[in-house]
Structure formats: structure tokens, C-alpha cells
Design a binder for this molecule. Structure first.
Ligand code: S3P
Length: 167
């Protein structure tokens, strides 16, 4: 039964911030998959990537998405790469109303350009890397979602949460 809400979207699209607001509006519990991964490993996400590798991170991500999907009445903020795994898409779609925060590339870049916590964007030409990854993932975000919200630098997170609540 779809009684959770899962937020998907690229890094920097606002999944955690909007998820927390939405959970308050809906009187639901909020969980953040990346935070749970970090807590389970007792390491930051960059440490997990550099010490154990992306495959190891993806396995943890898959396990935690599976476990948390079994919950009821929760708002789930996912990591931006959750949709690259078919099992994650299946688990989320079966149990959650999946919302894609469709943020423009320019807005994503503005939000993440000074971030040091995203190992996949820790490259010289970050804007090009965002474009490349975004292009690879866009269709997956779209086909994984029940509802799409467009976001740009003028968007207000409270309005976005309100729109999701209405949907
Ligand atoms: C990732 C996104 C990150 C985090 C990890 C990998 C990705 O989460 O899960 O660095 O593959 O897009 P955010 O979307 O919260 O930044």
C-alpha cells in the first residue's frame, strides 16, 4: 500500500529540506536515507565512498531503502542516485507516493557548487558532471515518479511542500 511519501531528485534538489517540512505538514515521520547510511556505518558519505567505494555505498542504500519501505506513514528523503537501482524503484513505487523534485540544472549547480559532501561531484568541472549525470538519470526520475514538481531558483520550499501535500 502506498502510504509513505518518497522524494526523489538530483543532488541539491531539496529532498531533505522539503521532506522535513512536508512531514510536519502531513504529521508523518521523516527519514533521510543518506543519514541512516552514515549512522549505520558511523562514517560520513564521502568517507564511505573513499574508504569502501561506491558499490558498497549502493548496497547499503539498497538494504536501507528496502527496510524503510516496509514502514508506514513516513516521508522518505532519498539520495540522488537511488533510481539507478531497479530494486529501489520497485520498493519505493510499491510502498510510496513517489515525488520527483525536478530542479533546473542551473539551480542545482548554484546549490551544490560549494558543497564538499557529494563525492560524485568532487571533480574539476562540476557543472559538466552535473549535466552528464542529470542526462543519464532524468528519464529514470520521471518513470519512477507518481508526481513531478518543477523547481527553480525562485521556488519556495514551503510552497513546494504544500503542493505535495495537496497532491
Ligand atoms: C548521490 C547523492 C547523494 C548521496 C551520494 C550519492 C547520487 O545524496 O546519496 O553522494 O548518486 O546522486 P543527495 O542527493 O542527498 O545529495
Amino acid at each position: 500500500m502506498k502510504d509513505n511519501i518518497a522524494l526523489i531528485g538530483f543532488m541539491g534538489s531539496g529532498k531533505s529540506t522539503i521532506g522535513r517540512i512536508l512531514a510536519k505538514y502531513m504529521d508523518m515521520k521523516f527519514i533521510d536515507i543518506d543519514k541512516m547510511i552514515a549512522a549505520r556505518e558511523k562514517k560520513s558519505i564521502p568517507e564511505i565512498f573513499s574508504e569502501k567505494g561506491e558499490q558498497y555505498f549502493r548496497k547499503l542504500e539498497r538494504d536501507i531503502v528496502k527496510e524503510e519501505s516496509l514502514n508506514n506513514n513516513i516521508v522518505i528523503a532519498t539520495g540522488g542516485g537511488v533510481i539507478i537501482d531497479n530494486e529501489n524503484i520497485k520498493n519505493l513505487k510499491e510502498t510510496s507516493f513517489v515525488v520527483y523534485l525536478d530542479c533546473t540544472i542551473e539551480c542545482i549547480y548554484e546549490r551544490v557548487k560549494n558543497s564538499k559532501t557529494r563525492p560524485l561531484l568532487n571533480v574539476e568541472n562540476m557543472f559538466e558532471k552535473i549535466q552528464e549525470l542529470h542526462q543519464k538519470r532524468e528519464l529514470l526520475y520521471k518513470i519512477s515518479s507518481d508526481f513531478i514538481i518543477k523547481i527553480d531558483s525562485n521556488s519556495n520550499m514551503y510552497d513546494t511542500a504544500e503542493k505535495i501535500k495537496k497532491a
